[in-house]
Design a binder for this molecule. Structure first.
Ligand code: NAI
Length: 277
């Protein structure tokens, strides 16, 4: 069924204080949705939530660390307490560390996977039954092109984002299996001009950044910083996610031309069994 009505529905967005999450919150609010903004960075969260409220939108902010199951459960409780229902969840919060496999500290593996993969898993497990109670709804997670193609210097992030793509594809197929009216989708952005390159701002300083320990990781991070600075405006991404919800699309690629890299890899897998560069 296409043309899902979103006006008056309740959406929860994680990582909503910045970048693409903030863009989703704006797009949803402008479409008449009630929005719960969740983020770990509470001063910025308070600021953006106040701005949306003052513009007349029905929103709340809930400080949430998505890597903690009990905080995701508390987010669901706050949502139901305020709005009485939940129809849409966007598991968008994420961080990144640039480091090659073999040179990634265990702390970096855990930090990345806890937020980028366990966050969406906790989100799905907590919110899916609540959304299914409504008889309709949608769960979107933000993966990355790094969820479709594992490039160099980003091992932990690639593993997490491949996991997010697998989580959402598994979820969508499970939902179809049982004829659920709830749908799932995955956002795989290319370069977007956000604050992701400054992910460490939300990290315990004692558990410090490690990509500077590796020349390859640091070089890659400098390249990524330059690339994202000229990337797409995150404001363009909010409407893409809304379109997938309204028109029940699964894949959301902000830069579809970059999808060729995954197609080429699959083709080479079948043709000569070698990994493309
Ligand atoms: P951003 O840094 O502007 O926004 C991410 C938000 O997540 C921040 O507000 C941050 O405070 C929040 N956050 C971090 N850790 C958290 C935690 N433990 N619990 C709750 N909130 C937390 O970055 P951006 O780019 O908007 O990131 C959104 C998503 O997009 C992430 O999942 C990222 O991996 C993904 N992505 C970004 C791309 C880009 O080019 N910017 C490309 C592909 C994927």
């Amino acid at each position: 069924m296409c043309g899902v009505e979103v006006d008056g529905k309740v959406a929860v967005v994680t990582g909503a204080a910045s970048g693409m999450g903030l863009a989703m919150a704006h797009t949803f609010a402008n479409s008449g949705m009630k929005v719960v903004l969740a983020d770990i960075e509470d001063d910025v969260l308070n600021q953006v939530t106040t701005e949306l409220s003052e513009a007349g939108h029905n929103v709340i902010g809930v400080r949430t660390d998505v890597s903690q199951l009990e905080e995701v459960q508390a987010l669901a409780e706050q949502t139901l307490k305020k709005f009485g229902a939940v129809h849409v969840l966007c598991n968008n919060a994420g961080v990144g560390v640039g480091a090659p496999v073999g040179n990634t500290s265990i702390a970096d593996w855990k930090w990345t996977l806890d937020i980028d993969l366990w966050g969406p898993i906790y989100g799905v497990e907590t919110f899916l039954p609540l959304i299914e109670e409504q008889g309709e709804g949608h769960i979107n997670s933000t993966a990355s092109m790094a969820g479709l193609y594992a490039g160099a210097s980003l091992g932990a992030y690639n593993v997490a984002k491949h996991g997010v793509v697998a989580l959402m594809a598994s979820l969508e197929r499970d939902l179809r299996w049982r004829d659920s009216k709830v749908r799932a989708s995955v956002l795989c952005p290319g370069p977007i001009n956000t604050n992701i390159v400054d992910s460490e701002r939300n990290r315990d300083p004692d558990d410090a950044a490690k990509h500077t320990d590796s020349e390859q990781g640091q070089k890659f991070w400098d390249f990524l910083t330059r690339t994202l600075a000229s990337g797409m405006d995150p404001a363009e991404v909010g409407p893409m996610v809304l379109d997938a919800i309204v028109n029940e699309k699964f894949w959301i690629l902000t830069h579809p031309e970059m999808g060729e890299i995954a197609v080429n890899q699959s083709r080479a897998m079948l043709e000569d069994q070698r990994l493309t560069r």
